[in-house]
Design a protein around this ligand. Sequence first.
Ligand SMILES: [Zn+2]
Ligand SMILES: [Zn+2]
Length: 378
Amino acid sequence: MPAPTLSRPKDCCARSATTSGAGFCGECGEPLIWCMASQECHSLLDKSGMCPVCVQPELYLDAGAASTVREGGKLALPLVVKNASSVGRPLFITGLWMKEDDAGWNEIPLSFERLEAGRSSNVAVRTGVLDHAGIHQVDLRIAVASRYHWREEAFVLTSSIIFPVESRDPDGPVTNINVNADQIGAGLTVYNPTRIEADRAEGQETHVRPIPLKLNRADQDEARLGRRGYETGLRVPRTVEFVWRGFGEGDCPFDGPLLDPSGLLYLGRNAVGRDQEGNDARLLVTTADGALSPLTGSISRQHFSLYPESGRLMLRVESQYGLRVNGDAYGRTKCVTLQDGDTISPLRKTPDALQVSVRFEAEREDVTRIILTRTCSA
Ligand SMILES: [Zn+2]
Ligand SMILES: [Zn+2]
């Protein structure tokens, strides 16, 4: 039995995506937001920014996990982490933690990170001494990432296992779990090793298949662990609207979300266009009377790119001449996390000649608009 998938794009949007390519859903009108790896997975992101094709982790309790758990004993939890992606996209397992009852989180060292599509890896996890009979709970937290060229989308998921621990006295009362996982909520798996042990003693073949553990997105943990969004809790969703101010007519896109399947915005000297080395916004240095300044010659054809990644706005330097952000110089291929209020100076030697300022507008923790304002003082 496969573990339930986390979430998917709306059916109407998926239908629209197959016919129209880029743009808005013909049925619900929402923007079609593509996965950064859409060249390979041909998939839209779901509402939470996750690609259901690229990011398909599955977590199992391996067959043979059962042993009688009695008061004073420990429970071994042989876990299996699987990359269930169907399109050959590797998944990166970047962290695993476990928490017992009311104790704190414990990081489990992993001997692997990259999991090829369809492959799984085993991780042995063991509880501490279970010092009382009754129901116990183990929480698991797993950090995963999808990577495409230099980009990475990171996520944190949680799962919980509850299991009964029997009294030390072999003739003592048996703990029954009278809960239905569906009633408690998603993300919780009931595991009854004692029951399995009893069945096995009677010669019944049980628990020969791994038990799928339910996984839930943990957006709070994503922020807390620094995997998604900003330290302040603010995050930039892929649906964020870009607003362009101070660019020449025809030198920038219409205000709105980033619809190109690449998920990248290029800015540079070349004209706007989707052909090779074309830009989304054109960077020209102009004088007060609107004439082209010779400084424009120092702007590269594609000077830098902007893209939302793991809930943050990122800048990548494409120019061999580098650029400055808030006065600090960065060289080609460097990636910089942009914050509300940052100033990009494309020209390293004359930073004041051309600037693009970055302003965020947010509703609660979601950035809804990113306002990019071009100013020249050449
Ligand atoms: Zn739709
Ligand atoms: Zn994808």
